[in-house]
Ligand binder design. Sequence first.
Ligand SMILES: [Zn+2]
Length: 278
Amino acid sequence: MQWFGKGSGNIEDRRGMSGGAIGGGIGIIVVILGLFFGQDLTGLVSQLPIGETTQGTPKTGDPTDREGKFVDGVLASTNQVWEQQFQEMGKVYEQPKLVLFTNNVQSACGSASAAVGPFYCPGDHKVYIDLSFYQELQNRFGAGGDFAQAYVIAHEVGHHVQNLLGISERVQRARATLSEKEYNRLSVKLELQADFFAGLWANHAQNLKDFKLEEGDLEEAITAANAIGDDKLQKQAQGEVVPDAFTHGTSAQRMYWFKKGFDTGDFRQGDTFNSTPL
Ligand SMILES: [Zn+2]
């Protein structure tokens, strides 16, 4: 992937700061939505003692390091694509912020450790990522490369789009009336749609002249989608596959929807909720 993009101006660089406590210290753990993985968050998202505050101040201005700049550029490009898409729907796109952090971070959804992977918090409209995740993606899942990294950002931005359009709220509201099994099924649809949106972004971003796809780029994203399907992750973690516990979809599903977004670039094709079997 060749990169010519500008920055988004929407990066909050909290790397090197110690983050932790939930502001105000109210004793409720808020569920973090929009994780990249379907892992159980128990024990990962935790509250720190009340009174602990974030140490240090975020760096201002655009990141200057290579990785930070790249993420910033991908974010800028998602802004352009989604602004256009929203305009076509007669809506106005509100740009998300992206927080770079190390080890742990405080969000409107609670405190999170880097172990949860990248996530989106609907409460503050921010995407959170510890860039060491990219090392993990490469080392643990064999899914390296810049386009795979871009896919991760585009997936999280996909959750932001769902939030703006009220899709995630509908799913959350339904949660109260559903069994865990039924809710998981709905959660899979939400995740697959975020994958579709990531593919849609890649399709349109090509026309923006801020990056050029190269041979093997699409495969990088497909490899990543394949590596992080719930079935593969579960098998790695517990040696067996329990479909009812899936919250993100199988490898085949994730690849299918990313590719469908990429091939069609058509927002209307992304209704994962009313589509079977994938
Ligand atoms: Zn997700």
